[in-house]
Design a protein. Structure first.
Length: 190
């Protein structure tokens, strides 16, 4: 199974990356072929609202580092989105990527029962690390993005979330979260 993992954190060795690494390592052990992109290392812009992907092309017109990411996801069966929660939201790096996925939608997406150019049936893994320990805070983040990806034809989604992990290394001490990452990999690959 082909898997694409997008690291949305600006911290290359932070809690989000540790959670994603644990999940991807477990999935690789079960046969997944994982391609990882650290979004903060790429040079790209957000959606320019030019509408070229709806009028002249079947993909985003921008030729930057995100073009490869968007193309790679087309062939993947599993997409992993890993993000810290900053100011009650996903990272700006990941948000800019999600805005660019607008190019996956066909021109008549608002009325078409099959609105997306992606093959249906992909799986989504949404990994969140938040510094605040209160799980009721920012609980709306995952459902919002899950709705978008279900609209894109993703058939299955899973959430791996750690609250109260602020400092580097905090999440590695959380056996419950690391175990959840491994269990989720087994569930997805099973």
């Amino acid at each position: 199974m082909k898997m694409v993992c997008l690291l949305g954190s600006p911290r290359p060795k932070g809690n989000t990356t540790a959670m994603a690494a644990k999940f991807c390592e477990a999935a690789e052990g079960l046969g997944a072929e994982v391609t990882t992109f650290a979004l903060n290392k790429l040079k790209y812009r957000g959606c320019q609202a030019c509408m070229t992907c709806k009028t002249k092309l079947d993909k985003c017109v921008l030729k930057d580092d995100l073009a490869e990411v968007l193309d790679t996801i087309r062939d993947a069966e599993i997409l992993v989105l890993a993000t810290p929660i900053y100011f009650a939201e996903i990272s700006s790096q990941l948000k800019a990527f999600i805005d660019r996925t607008y190019s996956y939608l066909i021109p008549d997406y608002a009325t078409n029962p099959s609105p997306c150019r992606l093959s249906p049936g992909k799986k989504l893994v949404f990994i969140e690390a938040q510094g605040h320990p209160d799980e009721s805070l920012f609980a709306d983040v995952f459902p919002r993005y899950d709705t978008i990806f279900k609209w894109y034809g993703f058939k299955e989604s899973h959430r791996i979330r750690a609250c109260g992990v602020r400092d580097k290394g905090d999440v590695e001490a959380r056996e419950d979260v690391m175990k959840l990452a491994e269990e989720t990999a087994r569930k997805i690959m099973g």
